[in-house]
Structures are given as structure tokens and as C-alpha cells.
Write a protein of this length. Structure first.
Lengths: 278, 287
């Protein structure tokens, strides 16, 4: 690795710099735009002359209940993570530790379902949500989100579950533990890393979801943030409030970005566990 | 638990397929009328419609299929190449590698809707930064309405998608690269093999399998694209995808029956493409 010549090294750093620039600059530009108001927005200068947080304050006392959207999103995403983890752990215990016929096929189906086009179940899901009385309520979104996250959660947890030593389970059985106690008191503490990565991925998925959120909710106060952002409108139909849209985007993105950057090792291992071993 | 899961997951799919054979309005799902294959092959159906005077590919559904495949193929190929490049770079040892790896994650962490809005603003015809920069560099002489002009709209969508999902590709490929045995490379270095030859003869064959799996993931994801196009180009006819058309028919127009027929076809088309891709590349998904 150490006989790289000067030219090679320069090219390497140049390429790295370009990659960093392309990845990060749109986000930086978004943040810069969000602190421009009025005519400053249409000034071609990239760096704002003065930072104005008017867009941010306007979001929370404006016509759209943006604060409410945020709360809805937090609630839906958290419940989805909780549900997916709870069901995922029990299901993956069955898949990872117990031998039964058709397991390989079941695993493949699981992987298939997680890559499923959401639109294909749209009308059936619409009916299901309506018959459960959850139409037009943010909490109803937890149902489709959990269904679509679960396969992936189960898939990853199963790969982790399989690697836990058999002796542990045998010892627990000898001591008289039932399956539920084995799952929650013996395995769960060992599964923390996997739980963190699947939980984060489930959270990100639910936080970003758009199609179901757009279809199943028509009342403004029940919407989640992605739909909220897509519907932010100006005073007239011809005026798009880019400043507010960018401010809302920054608010939605920053927590996610922090989560991803803090837990990047966990997230990357979660993502790759699903694919590389497949 | 597993059985319950299957029921909850499979039931909506079965109902959706059932709706495809009915005439149903979104406001009253109970009042559905069974009409057989009308939605697919009838006078107003998706395929072999006699009203398609300009042929199937000019119809709304044909256009949506074309758009979707065009989008999926171009973006998956570009993402694979870009992802491979980024992964090879990150696999080198150099100062600031962790910084670059972190930076690469940023586009992936930004929600699709946000990146669509953000690029929508950057590609704005009058005030967008992309036009300003390109004008100043002299690359273009007039401002271009990137997302509104039919000739550039699809390319804008592809560009945003590539920007957003290259990190995913890069991370998967990087993970594969890091499992490669070091001794192969030691031996090659001792023998003085040219790096390019080393890449073609050693690296590429070794990461072929994970690379193809990553491509299948992306292909399936790209074929069901909806939110990016819906927000970036407002679902106009030059970029509308299959999912977008289903949404338009089912939700905006309220024709649950026709929309379901389209979504069922979409489902079959995607499954078929996945099978064809796996066959062509002889990828095995089993462990």
C-alpha cells in the first residue's frame, strides 16, 4: 500500500474530495437556503448575507400544523419500531433456532416480501385500514409499516440468532426456562447490536414513507412529515414557499442524519447483513 | 405468530388482486361488481385496448411501463458503476477515509421526499443553483427548466436517484470488498500484475455474487419508484411511473378496480423482471 506514486495519491485525494463535495453540498445548500427569506431567496449568491430564522418560526405558527405532523411521525415511527422488534424477535427465534420443514422457502418468501411493491397491495390495504376504522388516523399507518418492515427485521435477526451458541439455550432449558423466557432473558441481551441496527432501519423506513401516508390520510392534522412537506403551499397557487420547504426539510433531516452518523457502524452492518450473506 | 403475520401480509394482496377483476369505486368499496378480465383486456382495459389508436406504447399505461424501465435500467447501471468506484476508493487506505465514508452516507440519510424537494429547488429554472453555476461556467447558454422540460425531466429524476442511492450500492460493495482474501493481492503484487488486470481478473469475479445481489435489490426498488417522481416532476406524463399511474387511477380518479388491475400487472411485471435478471446472471439467492 505504500508504493503509491505522487500522481496516484493526488488522484486519490482529488476523487475523495469530489465525492465528499457531491455528497454533502446539496445538504449544505439546503441549510443555507432555509435561512433566507423574502427576496434574499432569489439572490443567486450562495452564501446568505444574514441568517434569518423566520422560516423556522413561521412553520410552527403557520397555516399548516407542522408541529403536529412531526409528533405524528415520531409516534408512528416509534410504534412501528416497537411492533417490528417485538414480533421480529419471536419470529426469528422460531426461524433461527428451531428446525422445521420449508424453512428455506419461508426465508426466501420473507426476503421477497420486503422487496414487494407497496402499490400492489394498495387497494387491499386501503380496505383493511377502513374496516379496522383506522382510515384518516395517523396511528393506522403503523399497520402497513410494520408489515413492510417485519420481513427485513426478521431476516437480519435470524442471521444473528443463528450465530448464538447452542449451549446457552441448552443450559437455559436445563434450568427450566420456557421459550419466552429464553427469548427475552437469555437471547435479548445478546442481541442488542442487531436490535439497534434493525430498529434504526425500521425507524428510518417509517419516518420516510410516503405512499401509504399520502393515501390513507386526508385530514391535515393527521398527516406525517413527508406528506406535510410535499404539501407546503404558499399564499397563492403561483408562489412556492421554497424557504419554508427547505426549513421543514432541515428539521426532518437533521435528527435522521444525526442518528445515521452516530450509529453508522450499526446501520451499515444491518444493511449489509441482509444482502451480502444472501 | 408467523401464521398471523402471513395472513395480515397476504390478505391485502389477495384482496387487491380480487379488486382487479371488479369495477369498484373508492368511495364505496362494498359495492363492487365482478367484471372478469374487462380491466385487463376490455374496451377500456390496460392491454389490447382498441381505443389505442397510436399503439400500446403511446397509451398512458404503455408510457408508464416504458418510463419505469428506462428509469430503472439507467439508474441501476449508473448507481452500480458509481457505487463500485466509491467502494474501490474507500477500500484504499488514505488519510481522512472515515471522513469520506461518513460524507457518503449523507445522501442516503436524507429522506426521499426531502431530497426530491431539495433538488427540485436546486434545479429550479429561474433561481436554481444548478442553472446559475452552469451558466457561470459557460456550459449552458440559457437557463434550462430541468424538471419541467420533457426532454430533461427523466434525466433529472435519474440524476437525483443516482445521487441518493449510490451510497447504498457503495456500502454493499465495500462490505464485499473487505471480505476478499489479502493473500491474493499479495501474490499479485509480487508477480507484478497490472492493477487494472488485477481488478478484471481477481476483484470483479470475486465480488460478482454480492454485486449482483445488490443490483437485484436496487432493480426491484427502482421498478416500484413513486415518491421521487411524484414530488420532483409532479407525475407528468414524460416521467410518470407504473406506481404513479396506479396512484392516479386508484386514488385521484377513484377507480379501484382499474387501478388494482394496473397494480396487479405491475406486480407480475416486477416479479418477472427479477426472475429474468436472476436467470440471465445466474445469481443464486439461497444461502
Amino acid at each position: 500500500m505504500n508504493q503509491r506514486n505522487l500522481l496516484g495519491t493526488t488522484l486519490l485525494y482529488l476523487a475523495a474530495a469530489i465525492i465528499v463535495l457531491v455528497s454533502v453540498s446539496p445538504f449544505v445548500y439546503m441549510v443555507l437556503t432555509s435561512v433566507k427569506t423574502g427576496s434574499a431567496l432569489f439572490d443567486p449568491a450562495i452564501w446568505p448575507k444574514k441568517a434569518d430564522f423566520g422560516n423556522y418560526t413561521a412553520l410552527f405558527d403557520g397555516a399548516q400544523p407542522f408541529g403536529r405532523h412531526l409528533l405524528n411521525s415520531v409516534m408512528v415511527a416509534s410504534l412501528t419500531v416497537g411492533g417490528a422488534i417485538l414480533m421480529g424477535v419471536t419470529a426469528s427465534y422460531a426461524l433461527g433456532r428451531i428446525r422445521f420443514k420449508g424453512k428455506g422457502l419461508l426465508m426466501l418468501t420473507l426476503l421477497g416480501v420486503s422487496m414487494f411493491p407497496q402499490v400492489a397491495v394498495l387497494s387491499g390495504m386501503f380496505e383493511l385500514i377502513q374496516s379496522l376504522g383506522l382510515f384518516n388516523r395517523a396511528i393506522g399507518l403503523v399497520v402497513p409499516y410494520t408489515i413492510f418492515t417485519l420481513p427485513f427485521t426478521v431476516w437480519i435477526l435470524t442471521t444473528f440468532m443463528r450465530e448464538l451458541p447452542n449451549e446457552l439455550e441448552e443450559a437455559a432449558i436445563m434450568d427450566g426456562c420456557g421459550p419466552l423466557r429464553i427469548i427475552f432473558q437469555v437471547f435479548l441481551p445478546l442481541l442488542w447490536p442487531a436490535l439497534v441496527s434493525t430498529g434504526l432501519l425500521a425507524f428510518i423506513g417509517a419516518w420516510n414513507e410516503f405512499l401509504f401516508a399520502l393515501t390513507f390520510i386526508v385530514e391535515d392534522a393527521q398527516r406525517t412529515v413527508p406528506v406535510g412537506i410535499s404539501l407546503i403551499a404558499g399564499a397563492t397557487a403561483y408562489e412556492i414557499p421554497w424557504g419554508s420547504i427547505m426549513a421543514a426539510s432541515v428539521i426532518v433531516t437533521v435528527p435522521l442524519l444525526l442518528l445515521v452518523l452516530i450509529f453508522q457502524k450499526k446501520i451499515v452492518s444491518g444493511l449489509t447483513a441482509g444482502a451480502v450473506k444472501g | 405468530m408467523l401464521a398471523l403475520m402471513c395472513v395480515v401480509a397476504v390478505w391485502p394482496l389477495l384482496r387487491s388482486i380480487w379488486f382487479a377483476f371488479t369495477e369498484t369505486n373508492i368511495n364505496n368499496l362494498e359495492a363492487s361488481r365482478f367484471i372478469g378480465l374487462e380491466n385487463f383486456f376490455g374496451p377500456y382495459g390496460l392491454f389490447f385496448n382498441p381505443n389505442y389508436t397510436d399503439g400500446f406504447w403511446a397509451s398512458d399505461w404503455g408510457t408508464a411501463i416504458r418510463n419505469t424501465f428506462q428509469f430503472a435500467f439507467v439508474s441501476v447501471i449508473l448507481e452500480t458503476l458509481a457505487g463500485l468506484g466509491v467502494a474501490l476508493l474507500l477500500n484504499q487506505e488514505f488519510k481522512g477515509r472515515t471522513l469520506v465514508r461518513t460524507a457518503v452516507l449523507v445522501p442516503w440519510a436524507i429522506p426521499t421526499i426531502v431530497s426530491a424537494k431539495m433538488w427540485g429547488w436546486m434545479l429550479h429554472d429561474q433561481f436554481g443553483v444548478v442553472n446559475t453555476v452552469l451558466l457561470n461556467l459557460g456550459v449552458i447558454s440559457d437557463k434550462i427548466a430541468w424538471t419541467a422540460d420533457a426532454s430533461t425531466a427523466m434525466w433529472s429524476v435519474v440524476a437525483v436517484d443516482v445521487w441518493k442511492t449510490t451510497p447504498f450500492m457503495a456500502l454493499l460493495i465495500l462490505a464485499a470488498l473487505q471480505t476478499l482474501p489479502k493473500d491474493c493481492y499479495e501474490a499479485a503484487r509480487v508477480d507484478g500484475v497490472h492493477p487494472l488486470r488485477l481488478f478484471w481478473k481477481v476483484t470483479l469475479p470475486l465480488i460478482r455474487q454480492p454485486l449482483l445481489v445488490a443490483m437485484v435489490f436496487r432493480l426491484l426498488d427502482a421498478l416500484r419508484v413513486f415518491d421521487l417522481i411524484y414530488v420532483l416532476t409532479s407525475n407528468d406524463s414524460s416521467t410518470i411511473s407504473m406506481s404513479g399511474l396506479v396512484m392516479r387511477e386508484m386514488v385521484d380518479a377513484g377507480n379501484v378496480g382499474f387501478g388494482s388491475a394496473a397494480s396487479t400487472s405491475l406486480f407480475l411485471i416486477i416479479m418477472l423482471s427479477a426472475v429474468v435478471f436472476l436467470r440471465l446472471t445466474r445469481t443464486k439467492l439461497e444461502e
